[in-house]
Design a protein around this ligand. Structure first.
Ligand SMILES: CC(C)(COP(=O)(O)OP(=O)(O)OC[C@H]1O[C@@H](n2cnc3c(N)ncnc32)[C@H](O)[C@@H]1OP(=O)(O)O)[C@@H](O)C(=O)NCCC(=O)NCCS
Length: 199
C-alpha cells in the first residue's frame, strides 16, 4: 500500500471515530454524517444536522449563548440540511436561528455570521460593545466558493452560486451567479428560455 493510500485509510478511520465520539453532543445528527477530527464548536447541542452532512477538519462553529463582554444572552440554533458539505477551515458564527439548506456546497475557508460587533459607541472598545444580530439564511443547493464571506443580514436564494473570494453584503436572489467585493449578480436563470443570462 502506498503512503497516501495508507494516509487516506487512516484518516477515514480517525474521522469516523471522531464522528461517533461527538454524535451525542449535537442537538441532532442524522445518518451517515462525517464530522472530521479537529472540527471545533461551542454549544454543539444547538446544532442540528440532517443525514449525510459533512463537516471538514478545522471547521469552527460557534453558537453563542452569551457574550461575556456585554452580558447579552442568546438562544442560538443552527440547522444544516441533509447532504450539505462544509469545507475545511470554515467559520460559522450564530446567535439567532440560522438555516443552511439541503445539498449546500460550502467550500474551504468560508465565513458565515449572523452577528457583528457594535461599533457606534466611540467611548468603548469594540469587544465591549453589544453584538448586533441580523438573520442569515442559505437556501437549498447553494454553492459558496472558496474564501467567501457571508455577512449578517443576508439570504442566499435557492440554487445560487457565489464566486470564490466574494463578500456577500446583500440578499442574492434564487438561481443567480454572484461574485466580487461586494458580490453582485452576474447571471440569472431564465426559466422561459431555460438559459442563464447576463444580469
Ligand atoms: C462564480 C463562478 C462559478 C463563475 O463561473 P463561470 O460561470 O464559468 O463564469 P465566468 O468565468 O464566465 O465569469 C463571468 C464573469 O464573472 C467574473 N467572475 C467570475 N468569478 C469571479 C469571482 N470569483 N470574483 C469576481 N469576478 C468573478 C469573470 O471575471 C467574468 O467577468 P466578465 O464577464 O467581466 O469577463 C466561478 O468563477 C467561481 O468563482 N467558482 C468557485 C470556485 C471554487 O471556489 N471552488 C471551490 C471548490 S467547491
Amino acid at each position: 500500500m502506498s503512503y497516501f493510500k495508507f494516509q487516506q485509510w487512516f484518516l477515514e478511520k480517525k474521522h469516523k471515530l471522531h464522528t461517533r465520539l461527538v454524535r451525542r453532543s449535537f442537538g441532532a445528527m442524522g445518518r451517515d454524517c462525517i464530522v472530521q477530527a479537529t472540527m471545533r464548536c461551542t454549544n454543539p447541542g444547538d446544532i442540528f444536522l440532517g443525514d449525510r452532512v459533512f463537516i471538514g477538519a478545522d471547521a469552527w462553529i460557534d453558537c453563542f449563548k452569551e457574550y461575556p463582554f456585554s452580558g447579552q444572552q442568546f438562544t442560538p440554533r443552527l440547522e444544516i440540511g441533509a447532504d450539505t458539505m462544509i469545507g475545511y477551515h470554515s467559520h460559522i458564527m450564530v446567535v439567532g436561528h440560522m438555516k443552511i439548506g439541503r445539498h449546500v456546497l460550502i467550500a474551504d475557508r468560508v465565513y458565515i455570521s449572523d452577528n457583528l460587533h457594535g461599533y457606534e459607541d466611540v467611548t468603548k472598545p469594540m469587544l465591549a460593545q453589544p453584538l448586533v444580530h441580523r438573520p442569515v439564511e442559505i437556501q437549498d443547493e447553494v454553492w459558496l466558493g472558496e474564501n467567501v464571506c457571508v455577512l449578517p443580514g443576508v439570504t442566499i436564494g435557492r440554487h445560487s452560486v457565489i464566486g470564490s473570494n466574494s463578500v456577500v453584503t446583500k440578499d442574492v436572489p434564487p438561481h443567480s451567479v454572484a461574485a466580487g467585493v461586494p458580490a453582485r449578480v452576474l447571471r440569472t436563470y431564465d426559466p422561459r428560455t431555460a438559459q442563464w443570462i447576463r444580469a
